[in-house]
Design a protein around this ligand. Structure first.
Ligand SMILES: *[C@@H]1O[C@H](CO)[C@@H](O)[C@H](O)[C@H]1NC(C)=O
Ligand SMILES: *[C@@H]1O[C@H](CO)[C@@H](O)[C@H](O)[C@H]1NC(C)=O
Length: 203
């Protein structure tokens, strides 16, 4: 399964242009709950197959190796059942704050580090970026995240859609809408962890 995924990645390498990451990202404005608006086929038809109600929760933590890290919990429902995957992201090079590296705790080899590049960021409202468009160092994956699904559709979707079209996220790489109707979401990290904030300190 992973071998096949790797082969698909190799085949697609070079298929799309790599979109550069934005030059500034403040992790403290990036944390909190995100709802996935859409993802490209490489995401939606592989590791998110049949996934609905996809969310990402990010929270700041400190780590002896990387300094400030972002703990993450990605949640989704498949046939109404909630699943999650946990991990963390860190800024490998302070000069490139929107080029994060990601490690997951399970499902992928623990030594594997993925890249998470923020290629477009929405405005800050109430100390939170309102949307984020995420790809990676190969330009192949695509995730569109927003703080509020309805607000995104009303205020930001046309800007993001134009950006995606201009940057080659069309055809095979076109965004596929993520189902966000009739969802029972996982508790946000804040709800789940506030009473035990020490859960974020590193082991
Ligand atoms: C992740 O899922 C497990 C059960 O599969 C649950 O115990 C845990 O609370 C979930 N974590 C979060 C942060 O939602
Ligand atoms: C960090 O990023 C800067 C700017 O892109 C680059 O010049 C530098 O080589 C990078 N440093 C490392 C260690 O990769």
């Amino acid at each position: 399964m992973f071998a096949m995924f790797a082969m698909v990645l190799l085949f697609l390498q070079g298929a799309g242009a790599v979109v550069p990451a934005v030059s500034e990202l403040d992790p403290s404005l990036y944390v909190g709950r995100w709802y996935q608006i859409s993802a490209d086929a490489l995401v939606a038809d592989t590791f998110e197959l049949k996934a609905e109600c996809v969310t990402a929760d990010y929270a700041l933590a400190s780590d002896p190796t990387y300094g400030t890290i972002i703990k993450l919990v990605n949640s989704e429902t498949i046939n109404g059942k909630l699943f999650n995957i946990t991990g963390y992201a860190y800024i490998a090079n302070e000069s490139e704050p929107a080029e994060l590296s990601v490690k997951f705790d399970e499902y992928v080899p623990s030594f594997a580090t993925g890249s998470y590049w923020v290629i477009l960021l929405g405005p800050v409202v109430n100390n939170q970026y309102q949307y984020s468009v995420v790809s990676d160092s190969t330009g192949l994956s695509l995730f569109v995240l927003a703080r509020d699904v309805a607000d995104y559709a009303e205020n930001y979707a046309s800007t993001v859609d134009a950006f995606l079209a201009d940057n080659g996220y069309a055809d095979f790489f076109a965004p596929i809408a993520t189902v966000q109707d009739d969802c029972t979401y996982a508790p946000t990290l804040v709800q789940a962890f506030t009473p035990r904030a020490s859960a974020f300190s590193s082991e």
